[in-house]
Design a protein around this ligand. Structure first.
Ligand code: HEC
Length: 146
C-alpha cells in the first residue's frame, strides 16, 4: 500500500492526536441516554424547586458527600483534580448549551453513568434520589454563569 505525502502526514497527525493529543470534552449535547430509554428519562421532573436555599444545599452535596467536585471542580467547571486525566473530560456546567438538555437526562447519567467514560453511577450508591435532585438544581444554576 502506497501513501502520498499528504496521506502520510494525515496518518501521522491521527496517530499523534490519539496518543498524545490533550483530552477534550465530548460534545455535551450528544445524548448519553440510550434511544429506547430517552422518553422515560425525559419524563423525570425535578421534585425540588430551584430556590437559592435548595441550590446551596445541592452545592454542599456536590462539594461534599457526592464527591462530584473531585472531577467537576468546586464550581462545576469540569476542572477537578481527579478529572484532569480523564478523556473525555468531566462536564463543565457553565455551558449555556446545556439548557438544551433536560433534568431527566442528567438524572439518568447520575444514576447509570455515561458508558465508556469516567462518569459512573452515584445513585443510590453514593447519594440518594433526593440529594441528586438538589445537586441537579446546583448544576443547572451554572449554565447562565460565565
Ligand atoms: C471520577 C470523575 C467524576 C466524578 C467523581 C463525577 N463525575 Fe460527572 N462526569 C464525569 C465525566 C468524565 C463526564 C463526561 C461524560 C461524557 O462526556 O459522556 C461527566 C458528566 C456528568 C454529567 C453530564 C451528563 C450529560 O448528559 O451531559 C452530569 C450531569 C454529571 N457528570 C453529574 C455528576 C454528579 C452529580 C456527580 C457527583 C454525584 C459526578 N458527576 C461525579 C466524571 C465524574
Amino acid at each position: 500500500m502506497k501513501f502520498g505525502r499528504i496521506g502520510l502526514a494525515m496518518l501521522v497527525a491521527t496517530a499523534f492526536s490519539v496518543n498524545i493529543g490533550s483530552a477534550a470534552e465530548k460534545d455535551p449535547l450528544a445524548p448519553r441516554v440510550p434511544a429506547d430509554q430517552m422518553a422515560a428519562a425525559k419524563a423525570w421532573k425535578n421534585p425540588m424547586k430551584a430556590t437559592p436555599d435548595n441550590i446551596a444545599k445541592g452545592k454542599e452535596i456536590f462539594n461534599g458527600k457526592g464527591t462530584c467536585f473531585t472531577c467537576h471542580g468546586n464550581e462545576g467547571r469540569g476542572d477537578g483534580p481527579a478529572g484532569a486525566a480523564l478523556d473525555p473530560t468531566p462536564r463543565n456546567f457553565h455551558n449555556p448549551k446545556l439548557k438544551g438538555k433536560t433534568d431527566g437526562e442528567f438524572a439518568w447519567v447520575i444514576k447509570n453513568g455515561s458508558p465508556g467514560t469516567g462518569m459512573i453511577s452515584y445513585v443510590p450508591g453514593v447519594i440518594s434520589e433526593e440529594e441528586m435532585a438538589l445537586v441537579i438544581l446546583f448544576e443547572r444554576s451554572l449554565h447562565d454563569q460565565p
